[in-house]
Design a protein around this ligand. Structure first.
Ligand code: MG
Length: 383
């Protein structure tokens, strides 16, 4: 039996990962669960899956969680050091990292050091520190398997192929919740409106990132590191139906695509069961339900975040870390109604233009760069 620990178990990916585990009780067991603040849900999950340990990220819920599990033998802890202990636990084989944002970086690094298999939903790990992370993973022989649907699609298309025969990776993009709005309409858009994603049900931060296309920019950066490919060979196409999850174009002109319904349980189960597959689909798929699949080039003026992501890859060093840190602050402010939608990219631009640049960063440099990026975004947004 494979023993799994989930970082971010009460979020969208965490809940769906537990659903896969529930469907495959003979293959998977849960060692530890980590959540940021939803302690009631965490306690219920811990009881259902009979875990050894739970960690709540936010200290202020520790007492309530401890009390809720007082009649069990489940160990209860709190804080970021305790999360690293979960990752290093010898009772766990695979770490599913579905933490949100920068907070996922250090746990991923600790999982590499502890030589765990990593199923990675926290793309910010690779956005911030892709170079350092992939170099460390390679030197320790650690597998990082993507949970992101686009990267899962690319991984499936690359199975059995030689890397030298890859011409382009083509990442598909739904266009997000605001794809049909004009630039003028975007100015006044509310968080409530931006949270209405047409295809995918996801957490708040990634849904806003999808609307701005910051998420797609991050996925370009993620693909660059995950598949060790030059940025110029990574293309983005708008595909509003979200049925083709991504494609790979080869040197002979052949293109492979992976298709299916927009259900994250497919890439999650692929990551957990690879090279095997789940025996029953989460949902049956009929191509006849989708007689029209359309593709279009993204509007680079309406979506400046995409160009910024390529710019960060070109600059290298701490640039993408600054993009990520400033975006986190701006998205949180937007969700609270403290800034406008267009201010998100404004804050990213301001932070990138003013942040200290480190060309060959270490893990500690990322910490400093993330802090500075957050401060710059706060200054720009007058928070
Ligand atoms: Mg994705």
């Amino acid at each position: 039996m494979e023993r799994i620990s989930i970082l971010g178990s009460t979020g969208s990916i965490g809940v769906q990962t537990l659903d896969i585990v529930r469907r495959n009780p003979e293959r998977f067991g849960i060692t530890s669960l980590v959540a940021h603040s939803r302690w009631q849900e965490l306690a219920a999950q811990a009881r259902e899956f009979g875990v050894e340990r739970v960690v709540i990220g936010d200290h202020k819920h520790y007492a309530a969680l401890k009390e809720a599990l007082a009649d069990t033998r489940i160990e209860v802890a709190a804080g970021s050091e305790a999360i690293l202990d979960v990752v290093r636990d010898t009772h766990c084989d695979t770490v599913v990292n579905s933490l949100v944002g920068y907070s996922g970086l250090h746990p991923t690094y600790a999982a590499i050091e502890a030589k765990k298999r990593i199923a990675l939903a926290n793309k910010e790990t690779l956005v911030v520190g892709g170079d350092v992370i992939m170099t460390a993973a390679k030197s320790r022989g650690v597998d990082i398997v993507p949970i992101d649907s686009e990267h899962s699609a690319i991984m499936q298309c690359l199975e059995g192929e030689k890397r030298e025969n890859v011409r382009n990776l083509i990442i598909t993009c739904s266009g997000g919740a605001l794809r049909d709005m004009s630039h003028e309409e975007l100015e006044g858009v509310t968080a409530e409106r931006a949270l209405q994603h047409p295809q995918w049900t996801m957490g708040a931060k990634i849904t806003i990132d999808s609307a701005t296309l910051v998420n797609k920019g991050f996925e370009v950066i993620e693909a660059r590191w995950l598949f060790d490919i030059e940025p110029s060979k990574i293309k983005v196409v708008i595909h509003p139906q979200s049925i083709v999850h991504s494609m790979v174009e080869f040197t002979d002109g052949s293109v492979k695509a992976q298709l299916g319904t927009a259900d994250m349980r497919t890439p999650i189960s692929y990551a957990l069961l690879y090279p095997d597959r789940a025996k029953e689909p989460t949902e049956n798929f009929s191509i006849l339900d989708y007689p029209t699949l359309t593709f279009a080039a993204p509007d680079r003026v309406k979506y400046p975040a995409l160009n910024i992501a390529y710019e960060c890859l070109e600059r290298g060093g701490t640039a993408a870390c600054v993009m990520n840190g400033s975006n986190e602050v701006a998205v949180a402010a937007f969700l609270k109604g403290k800034c406008g939608y267009l201010d998100i990219v404004g804050a990213i631009r301001y932070a990138l233009d003013n942040a200290t640049f480190v060309a060959k960063p270490t893990l500690e440099d990322y910490t400093a760069s993330n802090t500075e990026a957050r401060q710059l975004a706060e200054r720009f947004l007058r928070l």
